[in-house]
Design a protein around this ligand. Sequence first.
Ligand code: ATP
Ligand code: MG
Length: 447
Amino acid sequence: FQAIPGWVRAAAATLLAAGHQAYLVGGAVRDLLWGGAPQDWDLATDARPDRVEAIFCHTVPTGKAYGTITVLAEGGSLEITTFREDLGYSDGRRPDAIRFGTEIAQDLLRRDFTINALAYDFASSEMVDPSGGYADLRRRLLRAVGDPSVRFREDGLRMFRFYRFLATLELHPERRTAAAIRPEWAKPVSLERIRDEFSKLLLGARVRPGLVGLRRSGLLALFLPELEDTDLEQGRYHRHTLWEHLLRATDTIQPQLELRLAALLHDIAKPATRFENESGVHFYGHDQRGAEMTAAILERLRYPGRTVETVTKLIRWHMFLVQPQTGDAAIRRLIAKVGPEQVRNLLELRRADIVATGRIDPQVWEYWRQMAGRILEILEEPAVKEERRLAVTGHDLMSRFGLKPGPLIGRVLGALQEAVWEEPDRNERDILLRLAEEFLNGKGEAG
Ligand code: ATP
Ligand code: MG
């Protein structure tokens, strides 16, 4: 507990000086004992919320009805929650009522898992551990506090947290706790809360046990039913079923939310577009369809627009082809479509996809290295990197050649864009106008 920052200790000292108790609780205690870096600092105290507001200068009544006050201190902000007992959970998500308490032990017993039910006492510098959380942490066991069935029925979100902690903290599930999970208890949980736990799970060090558990338990089907039909074999280029492929891709890709979502969903259209003939299993243009399905899924889960856009784009273009005979123009076109800032992510997705097939022949790998190398080289071209726009606009074309608005303008601009992708030096007004003139004359002759 040496690592508790001074400003957190100072807040605790303020509570103690005012004659109250002060404990560090929740994820911070767990992370400090585990060797991780705490994300946020939660204190528990016997002081009632009104008292906490009176003791500290800068406070926000974040969840005052449940006892939580946010204190804005010099070094950061922390949450101070009054000891509490939850009374009855008839809606399956939030306590019907709470009662403020005077003892830390009671407060710890309302918490979800034993590893989250530890406290550090600032007054005595000792640990409080009424449910055996420290021993569980040492043997890496994820276990509910009390009777798991009761705890999951009280609040269905805890089941999603269970799989999230399996993935992020590399724990083993305690058998009784895992066996208690029932999808029907998840009904009262909002999709947003599920999504937030799911996102944290996806960023975990070991997504596999988390995702496999979610799917086996029936919880995944509640918010991502599209992943249900993924037990299919995928044909000769793959060693695994689609589900296994998606798991492997998600496991191997860098831990960044957009990338993990893209890896998990990159072949989501395969079950729907599958067909077979003499030459094996095939899938219709699954990248376009996959992008559409992905957009629908992520919008349903209310991910921010930017996340939806990025993931969709990565999936739309991840099957890009670069062959020895592919020209630089085609690579510039690809970069323009994905956007230069997403190119590295696109390569990362494709790499994970290749690795996850389970059959990487050295020749394929060498070919992949060359193609990634060429793309990264072209990405460094100033014109490509800066997404330089065409040096002429539709208006220029209309005024110069006396054209009326219509599809012809779009066709000329398209041809000019292609010419610039072929040869970036052509992106100058005079050159482009001359090319436009040639294009229009050619059209005239052809017509
Ligand atoms: P992290 O902050 O890394 O996401 P955490 O364990 O701190 O993980 P929080 O959501 O910040 O999770 O909650 C703080 C603490 O509150 C938890 O450690 C746990 O003791 C308790 N807690 C949170 N959610 C629940 C819940 N649904 N049921 C019971 N206790 C909970
Ligand atoms: Mg926390």
